[in-house]
Design a protein around this ligand. Structure first.
Ligand code: WQD
Length: 332
């Protein structure tokens, strides 16, 4: 099948493109490279042997995006393009509404015009409110506390409205928990711009000596050891979830939401000690104040994805640490 991957040179997008190519799909990537690197195309080729077609296009440019659909007859779209830094979204909400919302409206309008009505959308566990019981289910209460999360929730609602208006679409929204790790070959992974916001690339940069010390954002949470608990999921498991969701939407008219998490929560201190045990490298850290917007604990109930898609995370936290460290060693 010919599949358009928007945001396909990004962390999740590149791993998803690799899985798609390995599954025999004809992949076309659209990306504006605002938070990724064109060299990722070479890494996809090194891993798969295939040079995927690439368009340096911004989804907010309707004309440029339409030309991609004029040149290619797509069977489906996997939509990951968007800006995703929670703290930046608080400072610059309009950047998030323009990129994530306008970009998505352009994409959906063109998809409808060219009768491409099969879509997998990259959503996020940030759409869940803080007051939920754990583990989080797809029908847990939704409540966003930042513009980034608001764009994800608004897009989910747009997609549901589109399906309700014309139920000949097949659409799946995937709510990611905390994607970490890297491709098991060591040839692809995350390349954060500047100082990493997220914990795993921060830990690996401390381990490789690029950063001095990890700041642990609070050890006074109501958790077993006081640090924040998250559902870390290997990026390859997450990518495989997209393939199964794609198969679902290719065969069915539907709108469905799926949690993609392992169902297991690990604290910051447990992640640090797993990394240290796995690599033999000590990670110096200091306790600092809680980070605004952080929740104490967040982990998934992914039984719906297992029942509907046959998807289950296979890799464990040790695998995630090994692969993240292998990748950091490759990029220095
Ligand atoms: C994990 C834990 C921190 C950094 C974010 C986005 C979410 C999604 C995934 C896009 C927390 C602690 C972190 C550090 C720390 N992205 N931490 N020191 O915030 O759970 O989720 O990334 O969809 O939308 O919100 O991930 O890796 O930033 O934090 O102590 O230097 O590590 O407090 O408990 P988060 P994270």
């Amino acid at each position: 099948m010919k599949i358009l991957v928007t945001g396909g040179t990004g962390f999740i997008g590149s791993h998803t493109s690799i899985e798609l190519v390995n599954d025999g799909h004809n992949v076309v990537i659209v990306d504006n490279l605002c938070n990724s690197n064109i060299d990722t195309l070479d890494r996809i080729r090194k891993i798969t042997g295939i040079k995927v077609k690439f368009y340096d296009v911004d989804l907010t440019n309707y004309k440029d995006l339409e030309s991609v659909f004029i040149e290619n007859k797509f069977d489906a779209v996997i939509h990951l393009a968007g800006v995703k830094a929670v703290n930046e979204s608080v400072q610059r909400p309009l950047k998030y509404f323009m990129n994530n919302l306008n970009g998505t409206v352009n994409l959906l309008t063109i998809m409808e015009k060219y009768s491409v009505k099969r879509l997998v959308f990259s959503s996020s566990a940030t759409v869940y409110g803080k007051m939920n019981d754990l583990p989080l289910k797809e029908d847990s209460t939704l409540d966003v506390t930042n513009p980034y999360g608001r764009t994800k929730l608004m897009i989910e609602e747009m997609l549901e409205d589109i399906f309700n208006s014309s139920p000949n679409w097949g659409i799946a929204s995937l709510r990611y928990f905390n994607p970490i790790g890297a491709h098991s070959s060591g040839l692809n992974g995350e390349i954060p711009r500047g100082i990493p916001n997220n914990i795993m690339p921060y830990i690996t940069q401390v381990a490789v000596g690029k950063l001095d010390m990890l700041s642990v954002y609070g050890n006074d949470y109501p958790t077993h050891d006081g640090s924040g608990i998250r559902d870390y999921i290997h990026v390859e498991d997450l990518a495989k979830g997209h393939i199964l969701a794609l198969e679902k939407v290719l065969k069915n008219n539907l709108y469905e939401v799926y949690n993609l998490g392992t169902g297991k929560g690990y604290s910051v201190f447990e992640l640090i000690s797993m990394f240290e045990k796995t690599t033999g490298i000590e990670i110096p850290y200091k306790i600092v104040d809680r980070r605004d917007g952080d929740v104490a604990a967040c982990y998934a109930d992914s039984t719906k994805a297992f029942k509907d898609l046959g998807w289950k995370a296979e890799k464990n936290l040790r695998d995630m640490c090994i692969d993240a460290w292998k990748w950091q060693n490759n990029i220095g």
